[in-house]
Design a protein around this ligand. Sequence first.
Ligand SMILES: NC(=O)c1ccc[n+]([C@@H]2O[C@H](COP(=O)([O-])OP(=O)(O)OC[C@H]3O[C@@H](n4cnc5c(N)ncnc54)[C@H](OP(=O)(O)O)[C@@H]3O)[C@@H](O)[C@H]2O)c1
Length: 311
Amino acid sequence: MNSQEKSSLIVGCWQLDDRSWKRIPETDIARALDIYLALGTTHFDTADIYGRSESVLGRLLKGSDCTILTKAVFFDNIPNSTQIRSKIENSLRNLQRDTLDCVQIHWHNPELDFASTFRVFAELLEQGKIRKLGVTNFNTPMLEKALQYATISTHQVQYSLIDRRVENSMQSLCLQHNIALLSYGSLAGGFLSDKFRGISSPPSEGSHARGFYYNSMIRAHGGWQPVLEMLDTLAEVAKKYEKTISQVALNWVKQQSGVTAVISGFTQDRQQIQKNIEALSFQLDKDELQLLSARSSTLFKQPGDIYSYER
Ligand SMILES: NC(=O)c1ccc[n+]([C@@H]2O[C@H](COP(=O)([O-])OP(=O)(O)OC[C@H]3O[C@@H](n4cnc5c(N)ncnc54)[C@H](OP(=O)(O)O)[C@@H]3O)[C@@H](O)[C@H]2O)c1
């Protein structure tokens, strides 16, 4: 997927990791995947660190021509060539493929020199082991540096009406280098939906990402009250288009410069699947896009570059 291709929905498959999420029986996953496929969704996002996610997708999507994006996570270790190649072989085995559609290198310690890692990935691209190389959660200097060693096609970043740090400097760098922005967290784990409108404080739910991931993001951007006010504005726009709050929130992200696809977390709920797909097939007008952007700018702080407070 490059920045010229049509925006689309990518199904985020972190939710298939049964160490972080409630275990979903494989038959139920298969049923939900059939719904996604029947509705024309063919892109899935996973990672080497999402537990069984890669191997479940490998089994259930075997023989299909779906695009599966995975990740390679190294954190604080600069891997040698053997370690990188063995990670790639492992993902190929899990996904039951001869080639990986896209491998996204996950953020690492910005103090470390990952030049050698990118050189190995550039070779893997040349050898056809991977079709595209992406990154995720890189800050601007890290991406600038990576671009010296390899062609980067995609950047997966958190991007929503609450978290717009990507706009500080990353978006323009990606546009300049034809790097497709793939957004995640565009519903802030589901907080940007009708079900949280008017709720006096955000629930912190055990293992759901809303509780442990998006709650702290919301605190860093100004707290829960501004979210309630944003939900009210989203509701006004949603009413006008006869859509839901979530659909408007996803559509706003989809229409931002450089965004080619919106990653939305795997759900088994047929109605949610349908709504999320429909969310990307209409157009909010310029006036509404501006209204939402202006409201979000007034309500939320954007502290620093991509992934700054998470490190
Ligand atoms: N690169 C990274 O570091 C990183 C980090 C996080 C995520 N990701 C990727 O991005 C994917 C998606 O991220 P995410 O799941 O964290 O964020 P998200 O898409 O903002 O939130 C997904 C959650 O929102 C709720 N939801 C979905 N559709 C809805 C609808 N139509 N109406 C109301 N609620 C709805 C669901 O929760 P309920 O089922 O509880 O309603 C779902 O689990 C992940 O699976 C993963 O692939 C990457």
